[in-house]
Design a protein around this ligand. Structure first.
Ligand code: ADP
Ligand code: MG
Length: 576
């Protein structure tokens, strides 16, 4: 093929792809523009998860009639003029790409009036082409409506998720920006239902309450502004060690008022909880970092969600110290012992002495990202049932020691119980009879808007698994019943964990979702490490484990026990 210059239309669509990935990206760009325009109130209305309509109204300074069309040209901006300006960006926007990108892949209508203008202007564009421009009466500010997103880019359209999934991304964006800009009143409406509203009091604690509800908001620990580390300021909220989630999705970062994704900073926060959280659990945190604009490069990606720090180490350290100080002073807790389980292989390697159970926690390990793969339940492991065992006792309120015909077994009580519950649950499911237990009074829960959306989207599935949850107000629900295996736990805890798992979109397959849900329910219900058990309880647990089809791992693939054969013991004691 000969080399040709792409048509303007195609070039715009390609460029749009980098900025606008889904409805939530449109929302993000338009909200950022409203904030840059000095709005004190931002109202967002969406339909069909933003696929049919996204409408954002602000009371900012508006645009002058003569510059409205210019605003929609690629690389047109009022925010920078010179290359040096890139060194100290003080606005959220600066690339002049968003409006052009949005207009290129939708039908866009803007109504705007500048403060001193006699009348407003209405501009309609379709696929980037201007359809009409008219003078119109309008209040000061800007109203942008984006309809039929991706109508002319079918490839993108195909990748959009369900309305509720897309709405969840939007909920998340608005919740985060509401937290970063507590002086601005935000209101998000989906299909005429208000899913988030803040009052603009300027108090972040108010916004926290609106987003997370009372239970979580009350527990979150504020990081004092006293944590100024030279030029680096760190503020926000972090959860106490008693509050945690199964993934990092509740860790939110802002740098100079911009929501960013940064693996290193997220890691710094998780690391601040080192030894305070159970293995595989993550804190909730909303962290605002401020530093001189020239210390941070925001011009990394068209979506502006990544930044580079001139002194990354200093920022990393400041965040970690601020979080660690707050968490340890406000919530002194007994650290969890991190034991390193050894894979059961029937033979422990010579070099690794079988008795080093209690290793010191590893400092700074980057492979904290590693996730244990769930084992394939269909694979035959062959002859792996446990022998009948005699209980010797419990150590560290976490492990059970037993003796079998082939030596000694050290059982992780939590992992073992998880396995037991999992097999019971699967058996119930196979019979089509998952036991559900009603809560006498019902338990009211308040969820964040994105969590509420998720719950509604999965309500049928949750019902099938023994949950009974009724809507009870905006983002409020009444839990009437829980799966019998978890009924002793607080509904809010159980649901928070289950929803965090459902929110991971990695594998949308129905079977995998359900398996994940069951694994989560079992994990939540299982006895914890650190819980003392009575002799009869230990015996019941061991006998149930003996009865399991696949006793050697928990449903997440971690070992449930370590076996030390008579021969190994003899070897360790130098008897051979
Ligand atoms: P950028 O935000 O990077 O400048 P955009 O394409 O998002 O680029 O917007 C282009 C320009 O349009 C902005 O620089 C601003 O002058 C104007 N503009 C966009 N949205 C608004 C708004 N809500 N209120 C006032 N002006 C706006
Ligand atoms: Mg912008």
């Amino acid at each position: 093929m000969p080399i040709r210059k792409l048509s303007d239309q195609l070039a715009s669509q390609i460029a749009a792809g980098e900025v606008i990935e889904r409805p939530a990206s449109v929302v993000k760009e338009l909200v950022e523009n409203a904030i840059d325009a000095g709005a004190t109130s931002i109202q967002i209305t969406i339909q069909d998860g933003g696929k049919r309509l996204i409408q954002i109204a602000d009371d900012g300074h508006g645009m002058a009639a003569e510059s409205v069309q210019t605003a929609f040209l690629r690389h047109a901006t009022s925010k920078i003029t010179h290359v040096d300006d890139l060194n100290h960006i003080g606005t959220l926007g600066f690339r002049g790409e968003a409006l052009a990108a949005i207009a290129a892949v939708s039908r866009t209508t803007v109504v705007t009036r500048a403060e001193d203008a006699a009348a407003g202007t209405q501009l309609v564009l379709e696929g980037g082409h201007v359809q009409s421009e008219t003078a119109i009466g309008a209040p000061t500010g800007t109203l942008i409506s984006v309809e039929n997103l991706f109508f002319n880019t079918p490839a993108r359209l195909k990748f959009l998720k369900s309305s509720s999934a897309e709405k969840r991304h939007i909920d998340e964006i608005i919740s985060r920006y509401a937290l970063a800009y507590p002086h601005i009143r935000f209101r998000l409406t989906h299909e005429k239902k208000v899913s988030l509203q803040t009052r603009g009091t300027g108090d972040r604690a108010d916004v926290l309450l609106a987003i997370y509800g009372g239970d979580i908001a009350r527990e979150m620990l504020p990081l004092g502004p006293q944590h100024e580390q030279g030029e680096i300021g760190v503020s926000g909220f972090a959860s106490p060690p008693s509050l945690h989630r199964s993934n990092r999705s509740q860790i939110t970062l802002f740098v100079n008022g911009r929501w960013v994704k940064d693996t290193r900073l997220t890691y710094a926060i998780v690391q601040a909880y080192h030894t305070l959280l159970p293995v595989g659990r993550y804190p909730l945190a909303v962290i605002f970092v401020t530093l001189p604009a020239e210390q941070v490069d925001v011009n990394v990606h068209p979506a502006k969600t990544e930044v580079r720090f001139r002194q990354a180490g200093a920022v990393f350290g400041a965040v970690q110290r601020a979080v660690r100080d707050t968490v340890t002073t406000h919530a002194p807790v007994r650290p969890f012992q991190q034991l390193t389980p050894q894979q059961w292989s029937g033979s422990t390697s010579r070099q690794q002495s079988a008795f080093q159970f209690e290793r010191n926690p590893q400092p700074f390990e980057w492979d904290d990202e590693r996730e244990v793969q769930p084992i394939d339940e269909t694979a035959t492991l062959g002859g792996d049932k446990l022998p009948i065992m005699r209980v010797v006792g419990q150590i560290g309120a976490s492990y059970i020691i037993t003796e079998g015909p082939e030596g000694m077994f050290l059982i992780d009580q939590h992992a073992a119980h998880e396995r037991i519950l999992y097999e019971q649950f699967m058996a119930q499911q196979a019979n089509g009879s998952i036991a559900s237990q009603s809560l006498v009074a019902g338990e009211p829960i308040q969820l964040a808007p994105d969590q509420a959306t998720l719950l509604e989207a999965h309500s049928e599935r949750l019902t099938r698994f023994g949950f009974r949850i009724e809507p009870f107000g905006p983002n409020q629900f009444m839990v009437r019943a829980l799966p019998a295996v978890v009924a002793k736990r607080s509904s809010a805890d159980v649901l928070a964990d289950v929803l965090a798992d459902l929110a991971l979109e990695k594998s949308p397959l129905e079977d995998e979702l359900e398996a994940r849900l069951v694994r989560r329910v079992c994990k939540t219900a299982a006895v914890k490490a650190g819980q003392s058990l009575s002799k009869p309880e230990i015996e019941a647990l061991v006998h149930q484990l003996e009865a399991c089809e696949q006793p050697q791992t928990c449903p997440h693939g971690r070992p449930t026990f370590i076996h030390l054969s008579v021969a190994q013991l003899a070897n360790e004691f130098g008897r051979t």
